[in-house]
Write a protein that binds this ligand. Structure first.
Ligand code: SF4
Length: 369
């Protein structure tokens, strides 16, 4: 469920959102209607995870949260033990909201911390302070066990010592799951503009690589499982929602710019709040559809599986896409096996730490047309 509102625009962000909150109520009405319109999507199959992402879902009132979860429960076959995650920003977290979310059915919180350093938060134009970041974790851990936080590395201000301190702070608060992302400079973001005007220092990719290697070592030392390039979990705390994407399961996205996948096609809703609301309220789903070819599906499998700890299974490729495709990929793989960027055991190919650094590049070099 995509909630396309934020308090202020982070300089690096290229997601769909608006900082103007006046359409929040209309949007919730449209989301409720879309849930109903999409009720046949899973054909009665169980829904095992629900994820409120954005944007900033913690800007929703608890009442809206309860209404949306209620509508999902009413229209879909939701498993009793479903994982229900809400993304929250530190400045929205207080005891009343935490217990309200819990009562509404949220059982996992994803908190957008990014950094515990004031100067970095200001540089990124985050809406919260370093103090709020720490305080939010202290409060959140009193209400939820299952918490993940996002951290960003590789910004020009972040030294290795600061990076270690950010990671250690999360560990000291007992946060069982961390998603750590390299700062990327996306086009059409304020950060891109500032760098091109020499008003911000460019991102140093060597520093990013070394901070990622450090991170992998630190997390291993404290017993977190590195189960996907950007994700680390204590045993039992992997994200079931994200893991489900990586296994290629169906998913339904509700809301402006939300994406869905039904096994054969991908659909995406218009990334415009007004157009989304108007269309839904006239009973028309504002989405486009792309049929996925066999090659699309294979390339997607390569891309996603190589990013995971489980790795890519050549036997699956052979069974699903044929012997010739599997043979082509095996041939292309040789240079990565020889340079130890990847290892192979039986039919499973996994990337090494250094391989993870270039996961997307390695995957796309194996793509089949
Ligand atoms: S809060 Fe999240 S979605 Fe909103 S601008 Fe910042 S990074 Fe983007």
């Amino acid at each position: 469920m995509h909630i396309p509102f934020c308090r202020q625009a982070c300089h690096y962000c290229n997601f769909h959102f608006t900082t103007s909150l006046h359409q929040k109520n209309e949007l919730v009405v449209a989301l409720l209607k879309e849930i109903e319109m999409q009720k046949k999507f899973f054909l009665g199959e169980p829904v095992n995870t629900i994820y409120f992402g954005g944007g900033t879902p913690s800007l929703l009132s608890v009442v809206d949260c309860r209404l949306l979860i209620g509508a999902i429960l009413q229209n879909f076959n939701v498993a009793v033990d479903a994982e229900i995650t809400l993304e929250a920003n530190p400045d929205d977290i207080d005891p009343a909201m935490l217990w309200g979310w819990k009562e509404a059915g949220i059982n996992r919180l994803s908190i957008g911390i990014q950094s515990f350093y004031e100067e970095e938060l200001k540089w990124m134009n985050r809406a919260h302070t370093a103090e709020q970041a720490k305080c939010s974790l202290q409060l959140a851990t009193t209400a939820f066990d299952n918490i993940t936080i996002d951290l960003i590395y590789g910004s020009p201000l972040l030294t290795d010592v600061m990076w270690e301190q950010n990671v250690q702070t999360a560990i000291q608060y007992g946060i069982p799951h961390l998603s750590c992302y390299a700062l990327t400079v996306e086009e059409k973001t304020p950060l891109h503009k500032y760098i091109s005007l020499n008003k911000a220092e460019p991102v140093d990719s060597d520093k990013q690589a070394s901070q990622f290697l450090l991170l992998m070592q630190w997390m291993r030392d404290v017993g977190y499982e590195h189960y996907e390039v950007s994700n680390f979990a204590k045993p039992g705390f992997r994200s079931r929602h994200n893991s489900s994407y990586w296994k290629g399961n169906k998913y339904l996205g509700i809301g402006p710019s939300a994406h869905s996948y039904n096994g054969d096609t991908r659909q995406w809703n218009v990334a415009n709040n007004q157009q989304y609301i108007s269309s839904i309220l006239t009973g028309v789903l504002p989405n486009e559809t792309e049929d996925l070819t066999a090659a699309n599906q294979l390339n997607e499998y390569i891309m996603i599986s190589l990013r995971t700890k489980e790795g890519m299974d050549l036997e699956i490729i052979e069974k699903k896409w044929g012997v010739s495709k599997s043979a082509m990929i095996k041939k292309l793989l040789q240079r990565y096996l020889q340079t130890r960027l990847a290892t192979q055991r039986n039919s499973i190919v996994q990337l090494s730490d250094k391989g993870f650094l270039q996961a997307d590049g390695i995957a796309s070099s194996l793509f089949i047309s």
